[in-house]
Ligand binder design. Structure first.
Ligand SMILES: Cc1ncc(COP(=O)(O)O)c(C=O)c1O
Length: 402
């Protein structure tokens, strides 16, 4: 007999983003003037329709278990959304509503991956992909770009082996903000369909794009698209991270049903309140999405202007999301050390690139307010400039560099 933790528990690491959030929060709580540029949620207030729906539902005093795979109303809202953005019609049996895009993705991995199966994705990647694949018993296969922040489609195809179960794409990408080209998406969609490999589109940022950019529609290149799983949610689109509602859409009903079983046997169902609010957000006035994009585009421009004042850094303009992935390797090849230094000395929270599979980089979020972005980057510049005065005044506090 033994109370040792499971092998899985011993191999799965903390989420670096949640860890940095916690460290920044603790410093702030102790009264330190921390600037938080590490976060992954827009500060945008919840859409009015979602707030009203949640109040009305709460007033009914009927807050119960909901249908395990999602309410009919929420599924219908997702079907309308999918037809609008992907130009494909699906049925309710093709939709699973989950506690966030993260759970939708996890359900997919549990339903599709058998021990030793490979799941391919590109670096830099969202921090959770490798750990989630491992939790499902799979092997993450990471494809690194030859240059810049984007891999070529050819590299993804070359990584495929007889053990490949799925290819996972995220466009625009957290952390790089880059969007795959039409040609890239076409090549991967056609290849995956022809070779019977699941293609998972993590489209959580697909509407958060700038400069008139558009995220390619993968369905446009799929004949039947049976192997394609589209993942999305309300977290980033409406700043409704706290609802924990996301979804998966797939033409393969057996896959959706299997994902539903994973969910039913783990969390039973989603929060009834949250699904009601998410449904209202999807059906309500969508001008908040365009407003959010304008704010984010403006923030992105401000961030770029400020970052470009830091000598020796390399930056590629984000085309979407609310992250900028900046190469700081000139200052320190260890992004973890650099992020820790910036938090301690400049009281600025950013996420080390190593967490995204690209050391030497830092992910700087631009979903904070503009003043914080300007002040945060000013402090980073000061902390890295050995010729600057050792002390910097922040309000009535003075911070000192090494
Ligand atoms: C690429 C990517 N996919 C999925 C998620 C999960 O989103 P949700 O809040 O819907 O679980 C995130 C959240 O940061 C993300 O960045």
């Amino acid at each position: 007999m033994s109370t040792t933790l499971s092998k899985l528990a011993q191999t799965i690491g903390d989420s670096p983003t949640l860890k940095i959030n916690a460290a920044a929060r603790a410093l702030k709580a102790s009264g330190e003037p921390v600037i938080h540029l590490g976060g992954g949620e827009p500060t945008y207030p919840a859409p009015q329709a979602a707030v009203e729906a949640i109040i009305e539902k709460a007033k009914s005093r009927k807050i119960k278990y909901s249908p395990s795979s999602g309410t009919p109303a929420m599924k219908k809202a997702v079907l309308v959304y999918t037809e609008k953005f992907y130009n494909r019609r699906f049925e309710p049996s093709n939709v699973l509503i989950s506690a966030g895009a993260k759970q939708a993705l996890f359900n997919f991995l549990l339903a599709a991956v058998t021990q030793g199966d490979e799941v391919i994705f590109a670096a830099p990647y969202w921090v959770s992909y490798p750990e989630m694949v491992k939790m499902a018993g799979g092997t993450p296969v990471i494809v690194k770009p030859h240059k810049g922040l984007q891999v070529e489609a050819r590299q993804i195809l070359e990584a495929v082996t007889p053990r490949t179960k799925a290819i996972l794409l995220n466009s625009p990408c957290n952390p790089s903000g880059q969007i795959y080209s039409n040609e890239f998406i076409k090549t991967v969609v056609e290849f995956a369909e022809k070779n019977d490999i699941f293609l998972v589109m993590d489209d959580i940022y697909h509407q958060l794009v700038f400069d008139g950019n558009k995220t390619p529609n993968p369905c446009a290149y799929a004949k039947e698209g049976k192997n394609m799983v589209i993942i999305n949610g309300v977290s980033k689109l409406y700043g409704l991270t706290g609802l924990r509602i996301g979804w998966a859409v797939c033409a393969r009903e057996d896959l959706i049903a299997a994902m539903g079983r994973m969910q039913a046997q783990s969390t039973s169902c989603n929060s009834d309140l949250s699904e009601t609010a998410a449904t209202a957000a999807l059906l309500g006035d969508q001008s908040c999405v365009a407003d959010l994009c304008h704010i984010l585009e403006d923030n992105r421009n401000t961030l770029l202007e400020e970052v470009e004042k830091i000598p020796h850094v390399k930056v590629q303009k984000p085309m979407g999301t609310f992250y900028c992935f900046v190469d700081f390797s000139y200052y320190n090849a260890s992004s973890a050390e650099l992020a820790q230094y910036l938090l301690e000395k400049a009281l600025v929270a950013v996420v080390p690139g190593i967490a995204f599979g690209a050391d030497g980089y830092l992910r700087i979020s631009f979903c904070a307010d503009k003043a914080s972005i300007i002040e945060g980057v000013r402090r980073i510049r000061w902390a890295l400039d050995k010729t600057a005065p050792r002390e910097l005044k922040i309000g009535d506090k003075i911070i000192t560099r090494d």
